[in-house]
Design a binder for this molecule. Sequence first.
Ligand code: URA
Ligand code: CA
Length: 427
Amino acid sequence: MSRRAVDLIAKKKEGLSLQKEEIEFLVNSYVKGQIPDYQMAAFLMAVYFRGLNPEETANLTMSMAYSGETFDLSEFGFILDKHSTGGVGDTTTLVVLPLVAACGGKIAKLSGRGLGHTGGTIDKLESISGFNTELSETQFFKQVKELGVVVAGQTKNLVPADKLLYALRDVTATVDSLPLIAASIMSKKIAGGADGIVLDVKVGRGAFMKDIESARDLARLMVKMGNHVGRKVTAVISDMETPLSLASGNKLEVLEALEVLKGKGSKRLRELSLVLAQEMLYLAEIDAPLEKVLQEKEAYKVFEELVSYQGGDLSQLKLEAAYQKDILALESGYFVDADALQIGEIVCELGAGRKVKEDSIDPDVGVYLHREIGDKIQKGEPLATVYANDKDLLNNAIERLQQVLIIGDKPSLRPVVYEIIRDEDLL
Ligand code: URA
Ligand code: CA
């Protein structure tokens, strides 16, 4: 094989397949700073146009996964993880983790922060006062062992290749390449030590994947690849045309997750959480009555334990936004639409999200919908409440939301889950 980056760029440019050693060489040399950004950028663009076959994608994934430290959790048994490709009001992790743990599943999860219109689990958890998401490897392992469930931010040394490549993709218009997305996601899951992984692949206006065909292609690719490298993977394709939860915004979403854990709250959030939890338990070969565990608040108790184990104080959890304003329905009918991308942007604009990685976030702001899509609406009833800490931002949000919350004559319902793709479906 050639040890010159230019030869490997040329090979991919011509549409030829790269050997495992060639991919390893590119990834490792790039992480060590021995290949400059301009060559890696050219390589990514060649991949963007020529693609990678499943074997190349698996080799890229494994090279990335082992580009830094990895967690070996094998002494704790079968370890579960979940990952969402990102959405609005997408609070499933806060429901699913305690739910699966309450049923005896072991979960070790590394989560990210929000960027742009999509939220991040770490930001949500940090809106609980005292909650520590920066765990050392020792703390992480100890918690898996003692509590059976842990969620923490990605450590610096885990999958350095993805951090470098993602930043480069971001500025070279090569983010939206299926094999590159698949390798990025799966490398992090594999380095995190999971044996069984459930992927929530979002599709719709508020998602990365805008149409069901590309969502299905990404889902199948990741399931196949997981299989190829000895992990059990299931992908759930779920709707992101409208926000998943009634709540969008960090503290609001934690409060909503608590409602679902008490057997109440957003119906769509509850439904998807149950499906994801069911699929995780299926991978771990655990049979459990999930609805009953929710109803009897066993999952709620596990959430309380998880929070207090990581130093958080749920009794301090109150919304403290300076302004709260209702948006009233201007007519009677059915709540037919709320564009997830627009709501994500509105919530980000209020300060709940980051436009660039370095921005700080405001935990108290966001949008709460009082009704689910499909519900009957009476003129004059509150359709949504906006929580803000700035008068101008409040008014902008209200103005935009009035265009986004649509009332119509006929109820229109969209499924929460479109497809479930399991290992065995692809054999
Ligand atoms: N999420 C990731 O982690 N990586 C991608 O490339 C895209 C979405
Ligand atoms: Ca293991």
